[in-house]
Design a protein around this ligand. Sequence first.
Ligand SMILES: O=C(O)CCC(=O)C(=O)O
Ligand SMILES: [Fe+2]
Length: 318
Amino acid sequence: MKVDQKNLDIERIKEDFIQLNSTLLKSGISFSKLQKTSLGKSPTVYNTVTWCTALFIIIIGLGYQLHLFQQIVKYTRGVRCIIPNNYFLWEGTRPISDCQYCLDVESPIILYNISRNDFRSYAYSSKPIVVKGAFLNWPAFKYFNFTFFKNLYDQTEGGYKSVDDECQFLHFKSDFISLRDVLSMNSARINNEPGTKSWYVGWGNCHSEILQRMRQYYPKPHFLPEDCEIPSKEYIFMGYDDGATMHLDFISRLMWQAQLKGSKKWILKPSPECEDICKTITFLVEPGDAVLVDTRVWYHGTSILPGEFSLSIQSEYG
Ligand SMILES: O=C(O)CCC(=O)C(=O)O
Ligand SMILES: [Fe+2]
């Protein structure tokens, strides 16, 4: 019934239009003039404009869909995601916590000289832990620095590309867009000299050759359970001052981090549903320390003590 009514209206408009045309033709207007007036432009121009508009809409539409698709792939691949820009997405999709992880936590658990056996009861806890001086004897403690990573990436085919394509680059507040940018900055900026822009970045290593060469400088942390799994991807964080912006990690396991250079301040904030019963805590980790935080439930941000260069490596375990 509705369709019939619609058809009727269209027929009526057509008839009115034909009527108007013949009245105008009768009054002496030429056909080509009439055509131009009714279309606003000549038919060829009109068709070209229509096609260009259609093409433009198709291209924009495809581009947008491709972007959406890339975002979906990124999230569903389970890539470690730092969330400052996607706070609402993460807040809307993460499970609500029962706040056990932060209840009565006022500072991290501090451990000294802990053996694997003694660490067993802490190994899968969501309470923050610092193991003091755990990595002081790692060769990485001595040899890892900016130049080590620059040489490693410059010399490994596909190293930079692997970070761009799969491993993840985190620029935080700095103006770099890729690891290649970071590792090719001038020496004044590398050293954070006055007059240069301060920087702090992080990136994942999932290139097998790079990972293998890095791992020649450190073993699996001695206190972690023998049977715990460490994925084939490790992160490096380095730079000065502001550190990592407050975020949650979209990962499936716990994490350990080795602070190899500089002293880093961590700020841990409970998730919103626990804010009334748990506290925000801050603590300092020093060179050689291990830090273990459940970064899936604790909002976390870092800053580096003024004038110090911080370098840490980090991995998931579980
Ligand atoms: O070390 C940092 O500055 C940030 C580390 C981080 O976000 C993490 O371990 O998840
Ligand atoms: Fe994180």
